[in-house]
Design a protein around this ligand. Structure first.
Ligand code: FAD
Length: 147
């Protein structure tokens, strides 16, 4: 089955009267359930202002997921950065991983050219994917060390 990958960014529109972490957890929880069912993998980045997400899987399944995401009021201004057929998955171990900026991942942001906030004007699919893959790898190594 041919694979497809879609990358977009959007503006955060989470409920400001509630804590961010449980709202992010709710998004990740339903994403993990649905993506496992639909055989979709990927990564979600959040930096207070924006979401950036990569979704990979069978073409129709990716577009179906994206259509649901597009309607979600927890973000707005959803803008596709890249959508293309690909040879292989980059996030094979993540149904939907949270690629967070924290002490463990900060160097990956700097190394891949994101010393400050992600600027959508200069965001390229290659750079954002490079960053997400590095963070996924860091997460995997931490899991292995903890096991
Ligand atoms: P539903 O039964 O419609 O919803 C499941 C739960 O999600 C509900 O119990 C509710 O608590 C919560 N919820 C749904 N919509 C809202 C809302 N507008 N505001 C607050 N809470 C709500 N879904 C995926 O399947 N895969 C993804 O990779 C994915 N990534 C996302 C990334 C972002 C940045 C955002 C904002 C959402 C993402 N979602 C993703 C969620 C998606 O937008 C839909 O909410 C979800 O797919 C609906 O799934 P459902 O119909 O099975 O569940």
């Amino acid at each position: 089955m041919p694979l497809f990958r879609l990358i977009y960014f959007s503006e955060n529109h989470l409920d400001t009267s509630k804590r961010v972490t449980p709202q992010l957890s709710a998004i990740l929880s339903i994403s993990n359930t649905n993506n496992r069912r639909d055989n979709i993998t990927g990564a979600l980045m959040f930096d207070d202002l924006r979401f950036t997400q990569a979704l990979e899987g069978e073409r129709d399944a990716v577009w179906r997921t994206y259509a649901r995401i597009l309607e979600d009021e927890r973000h707005r201004g959803v803008t596709v950065i890249d959508a293309r057929a690909v040879e292989k998955r980059l996030f094979g171990n993540w149904w939907m991983g949270l690629a967070q900026r924290n002490r463990a991942t900060e160097q990956a942001f700097v190394r891949t050219g994101f010393p400050g906030r992600l600027d959508p004007q200069t965001l390229s699919a290659e750079r954002i994917l490079g960053l997400m893959v590095e963070i996924a790898q860091i997460g995997l190594e931490r899991e292995l060390r903890a096991a």
